[in-house]
Structure formats: C-alpha cells, structure tokens
Unconditional design. Sequence first.
Length: 420
Amino acid sequence: MLLDILKLKDDERIKVLLDGKKIYDKTHEKGLSRLEIPMPYASKEVRSKYAIYINDKLIQTSSIKRSPKRLGGVSDYVNTMIGAAHSRWMLAPGPWMPFGMVKISPDNQNIGWQAGYEPSIESIGTFSHIHEWTMAGLGTFPTAGQLKTSVGDQYSTHSGYRSAIDKASEQAPLGYYAVHLLDQDIDAKLTAGTRSSFQKYTYHKSDTGRIMIDLKVNGEYDYKIKDLSLKKVSDYKVIGYSNQLSENVWSTDAKQDYIVYFVMEFDKPIINFGTWHNGRVTDQSDLVADSAQSAGMYVEFDVRKNKEVQLRTGISYVSIANAAENLKTELSDPFGWSFERVVANQHRVWNELLGRLEIKSDDYLEKEKFYTNMYRTLASRNTFSDVNGQWRSSDETIRTMKHPGTLPWAVMHFGIRSGI
C-alpha cells in the first residue's frame, strides 16, 4: 500500500490497520511522504478493509483490492520522466539499458539547444535511436492515411507526420515507454537492448499501417547526411546506413562524423514501400545517395485482421553485418517477438546493477529520486563497441577488444570515429 501524506508537524505517529490488524506504526517528522506500507501476501484476489490513524485519531477508512503481483525490485522505483523537462538531448524518457548504444526515446522538439523531449509539448515527432552528446539518428514512427515525409514543427501539432498525443496515456517507467497517438488512433510501445530496439504499434482504425524510417531527425546539434543507403532486402527486413557529419559542435573547429548502420525486422510482411529524398517520393524503390537534406523510407502493412505490427532494430557504428549480429544476439535469439520478455530482461539487468546500493527508507519518493538518479548516471554513458568487440577508432581503424563487454569507460566514451 502506498500512502501519500503531508505531515504538518514533527513527531506525528502514523498507524495503519488492515482487516483489523496493525501493519504499520511509526513516528515521522513533518514533510511530504509516500509511505510504503507492507501488506500480507495474497495468493488470490481479495478485498480488505483498512484504517489510517494519525496520533491515534482515525483519518480515513475504506477498502482495497489485493491480488498476486510480479515480484518487484529496485528497478521499479525508476521514473524516466524525472529530469526530462527543460533538459538536454541526453536525458529523455526512454527505456535505456546501462551504457546503451541505442537510446530510443520520443522526440517532440525542433533542432536546437536542449532539443529532444519536452513534457509540455503535447505531440511527438518521431522515436529516434541515438541520444548522445553531439550524436543523433535513425527515427521510426507509426502513421496512417496521407503520406507525409517531414517530421513537422513542434509549434504545429498536426504538421508533418508527427501526432498529437494523449498525455494521460503516457507511461515512462524503467523498461518501456508507451503513449497513445491521437491523430491516427495508434498505440506505441518502445523497449530496447543495449544495441537494439523493440517497438510495438497498434493501429486501431486503419486498414493499412505505415512506419516511417527517417534518417534525418531533429537533434540538439544538426547534422548533414554525406551519403546513405536504404534497401528492402525481403518482405520482412530493411537495411541501411547514414554517414553523418555535425560541424562546429562544441567549438568553431570541431567536427563530429560517424556512420549509423542498421538492420530492421518486422513480424508481418511489407505490402508496400517507397523512399523519399529531399522531399521527392519514389514508390517501390530503394535509395542510394551521396548527400541528402532529408531522406527516408516508408513501409506499409495490412492491419485489417491483426492490428498490431512489431519491429526490432539493431544498430552499429562499424557495419551492417555487425548491426545484424547485435540484433540477433540481443533480441531475436533470446526473446523472439516477445515485447514483455525484453522488458523483463531490462528489469533483471537493472535490478542487479541498481541493487548494489541499498537505501533503508519506507518513503517511496526518497527511493524514486535515489534510484532514478542512479539510473541516469549509468544510462548516460554509451557503448560504442558491438557484441563481437569491434569498434571504430578515431583514425578510422576497426579494432577489436580482447574482452567484449568489459570496456573501460574511457574507451566506451571516446572510442568513436571523431574521437570525442
């Protein structure tokens, strides 16, 4: 039981009875708390009566429905929405793994300082995969109806393919992000591995569901696309890369260049597709170009009977082959097409890591702040090596770590093409 209480005086005694038995009795200092009140285990759904006393005066009595629940852990205290307001590109409400290469999150702002996600904006432009200082890329987004190839403007809710959202539907605990997109009545859910993402889209009204694969996203620092490739290699798979350059990223002579390779798989066949390049749409065509102001691919699916489309994506800074291996190793082989199993894996990994530090408190708010900040600390650094240990150094050499997965922080943070 979670009990929200504002204590106006010090040394106030709080007592809670459940079905006539005392389950909590402590004295607290003044202030706002959300107290965690342990309740007896319930093997099946039951309804119990509770009573709350402050200094032996009855304050509230009512009933509560109790039932078996998933065994929780410290990861359940993480709220990825904390710190997202007026923040930087590297802080967003996304389901991130420790030191994740993929940091898939909702983006709703235009390009510029502190771009990314702002909670006061009631629309979303895209879900992009990379949220690292001076680095961005690979947006995906579900749409339907008229084809639009630009993300749109944050000040115009219905411009481009962006969508207004139901803010009440937005969820951002550790493990997944979920929201309802109002424009086309679509539910979107996101989760991720270290170098991979898993998304689930449900098209409630449309007969045809569309997914936008956008190589030019609105990051905190703008970037040019030097060359690119987008190919539909089967009815269930798309591969590609984007060679990106950001200039003057932290000083007038600093350049940041890197290639984002990706492999994207779908759980149902593509019935139609096309690409766009600098605003020009070409149906039933792949795309290879030596530069682009904007570029992407759209893929469409028959959702008349089964309204749900799932996609999983692997990325790499080394090669398409490594992106495919990252996806196969992290998601496809261990979890198949189970969104829930990927979420459960996030909780398992984070529980082990966050659980190394324990705080003793019965105040949920204190634990939420502590473990969310610890989560931010561990999620804000990036892995730049692939599962096989390969990574691209600042001299353009592809190197291989002897012990993949045990990189020192300096290599993980600095060992990329431009050597940031």
